[in-house]
Design a protein around this ligand. Structure first.
Ligand SMILES: Cc1cc2nc3c(=O)[nH]c(=O)nc-3n(C[C@H](O)[C@H](O)[C@H](O)COP(=O)(O)OP(=O)(O)OC[C@H]3O[C@@H](n4cnc5c(N)ncnc54)[C@H](O)[C@@H]3O)c2cc1C
Length: 393
């Protein structure tokens, strides 16, 4: 089997890349180890930056999104007994949009399918060879070992994929920060406490109230990293959600059936460089952020814009410029997102070894940021997202 660009992984990064390349007549094959049903029902990210939504509209992927997504002009924060709202629309003229990652993955996979795009599900890539010249990807599909020959490999296979380990260890540098807490993620059949996201700093730990629709709440509670789900009875969950949200005009916690609960560890991670030979890493395969800044999926999409521009310029103009500078271009944005995600995480979470001084200092930092126009603008600019690179030359 042969194609121009071999893409490993049908997450947001891999599917968007195959779509953008298709728009400029470049062939690709996507190899995905999981099934279609699995990837289109996997609950993960839900918040899209303004530029992500603009891009999806520009490239014809936003038809369903525009019907059901929830645009938010503002975002709210509770700390020290107060409720603060950042009005992003008023401060910077941009906003964020709630649309589940599984929905945009489904939209992209379906559109690729409709135009005859090749996505092989349950096809696990097991080896990447000849990265310095004409690469090939070995994969197992329907019990058979097969080979995909290509000009370039896009490693869009997430944190546990095989692309990143295919960069020789002596050329790779990993930067890592593991946080001393995790998030208990809850999907609840109930109206969310507010129409907007509410981030809560509280003496017993962080909480976030988000949503997947007007009737489904997505809530997160900071927990210890090795916490067992068995320790979180429904009574304890509701008591912590209520306590961490606090009492504020306009916010009310409605109880409902808990549809899903999962504990996720939190880490920051960057692997440099994001390219080696004809292999280009995009999305979670190259970097991970703690979800506090809602940057993971948006960063994956930002990488793919840079990569598609490079590949299009190569195939249309035989110009290597954007491909050669791929890693450098992406990493500038990646590190800004890493910083923002780390900052939001450390400012809003309770560190279990913190002393009363640390707690007071954290409260002072929150007032410094959220009681100030400049501080609020800084949060708004990063939260609604930095400008994307153009996806074509
Ligand atoms: C549990 C969880 C919750 C999250 N919550 C949030 C959130 O609330 N907000 C936020 O912004 N971000 C969140 N994220 C992060 C966000 O979902 C990711 O940043 C985003 O999915 C990155 O997209 P991607 O395309 O790079 O990788 P992925 O979406 O991980 O896609 C990679 C794909 O590659 C496939 N694959 C892996 N190995 C192989 C192989 N060898 N062969 C073939 N296919 C392979 C995988 O099956 C997968 O489908 C969360 C992540 C997780 C894991």
């Amino acid at each position: 089997m042969r194609t121009q660009v071999g893409i490993i992984g049908a997450g947001p990064a891999g599917l968007l890349l195959s779509h953008l390349l298709h728009l400029r007549g470049i062939e690709s094959v996507v190899l995905e180890s999981r099934s279609y049903d699995y990837i289109t029902s996997r609950i993960r990210a839900g918040l899209m930056e303004q530029n992500t939504v603009d891009l999806l509209n520009e490239v014809g992927l936003a038809k369903n999104l525009n019907k059901v997504a929830l645009p938010h002009d503002g975002v709210q924060f509770t700390f020290d007994g107060v409720l603060r709202r950042i009005n992003m629309q008023e401060l910077i003229g941009r906003r964020v949009t709630i649309y589940g990652q599984q929905l945009i993955v489904k939209d992209m996979a379906d559109i690729r399918e409709r135009v005859g795009g090749e996505i092989l599900y349950e096809a696990e890539a097991t080896q990447i060879s000849n990265l310095e010249s004409k690469p090939s990807i070995t994969f197992i599909h329907s019990g058979q070992e097969q080979t995909l020959e290509c000009d370039f490999v896009a490693g869009c296979d997430g944190f546990h994929g095989l692309s990143r380990p295919s960069v020789p260890g002596n050329l790779r540098k990993d930067f890592d920060r593991v946080y001393p807490f995790g998030w208990l993620g809850l999907l609840i059949s109930a109206v969310p406490p507010s129409e907007e996201l509410v981030y809560c700093h509280s003496p017993t730990g962080f909480a976030l109230f988000s949503m997947r629709s007007e009737e489904v709440t997505r809530a997160y509670l900071q927990v210890r990293p090795n916490e067992s789900l068995e320790n979180w009875s429904e009574d304890r969950i509701w008591s912590e959600l209520r306590g961490r949200l606090g009492q504020h005009d306009g916010l009310s916690l409605v109880e409902g059936e808990i549809l899903q609960k999962v504990i996720t560890p939190m880490r920051s991670w960057v692997s440099e460089p994001m390219q080696y030979g004809n292999l280009y890493l995009a999305g979670d395969s190259a970097h991970i952020v703690p979800p506090t800044g809602a940057k993971g999926m948006n960063l994956a999409i930002a990488d793919v814009c840079v990569l598609s521009r490079g590949l299009i310029d190569f195939y249309q103009n035989n110009n290597w410029h954007y491909l050669n500078s791929y890693s450098e271009t992406c990493l500038r944005r990646v590190w800004r997102a890493e910083h923002f995600s780390w900052w939001m995480t450390t400012m809003l979470h309770r560190f279990y070894d913190a002393n009363p001084f640390d707690h007071k200092r954290q409260i002072a930092e929150l007032h410094t940021v959220f009681d100030s126009d400049a501080g609020s603008r800084l949060v708004a600019e990063n939260y609604a997202g930095l400008p994307l690179e153009p996806w074509q030359p």
